[in-house]
Design a protein around this ligand. Structure first.
Ligand SMILES: [Zn+2]
Length: 166
């Protein structure tokens, strides 16, 4: 049987097995330390067996993590460490791809060129991608045209050859 109680700090409705009454827990919502109360006939919610299962599930949407020790972080975010080779330095690089440079005999290969470049650097090295506008003179019409391109900011390890400093 479960005892339902309210976190005195953040009013989050919590639920725990009655066998855990008297156990100190931390509110999973606000980390407030409290003691699971003894089941009180007047306070214990009795589930009506006739209520729909959806309503029952809504009641039980929250479960209480219980642990023995004193305060301890319940949820630890995994720290993702990047593997950097000892002899390699990571540098920010930029690459600008203009759409006009990707047009070959009338075919617009801009998307293809950008996709290939992104594949090459790998999505874990992509820092940002922003559009850039520019103007250029169209040779045929001698008119100033506006076009766009992308500015790709990415990280790359310097090659061992270029890392040697005189
Ligand atoms: Zn709380």
């Amino acid at each position: 049987m479960d005892v339902t109680f309210i976190c005195p700090n953040c009013k989050q409705e919590l639920e725990a097995d009655t066998s855990l009454a008297g156990t100190q827990i931390q509110c999973p919502s606000c980390n407030h330390t409290m003691t699971i109360p003894e089941p009180d006939v007047h306070n214990v919610k009795i589930m009506n067996p006739n209520t729909s299962s959806a309503a029952a599930r809504a009641e039980k949407h929250f479960s209480v993590p219980v642990h023995d020790g004193p305060s301890e972080i319940l949820i630890k975010k995994p720290v993702k460490k990047e593997e950097i080779p000892a002899d390699g330095k990571r540098h920010l690089r930029t690459k600008t791809i203009r759409r006009v440079d990707c047009i070959e005999v009338g075919h617009d290969r801009f998307d293809e060129v950008v996709s290939k470049f992104l594949d090459k650097i790998g999505d874990e090295n992509l820092v940002s991608l922003s559009t850039v506008g520019y103007t250029y003179i169209d040779i045929g019409s001698q008119k100033l045209l506006t076009d766009f391109g992308v500015l790709i900011l990415y990280r790359a390890y310097s090659s061992p050859a270029s890392a040697t400093a005189g």
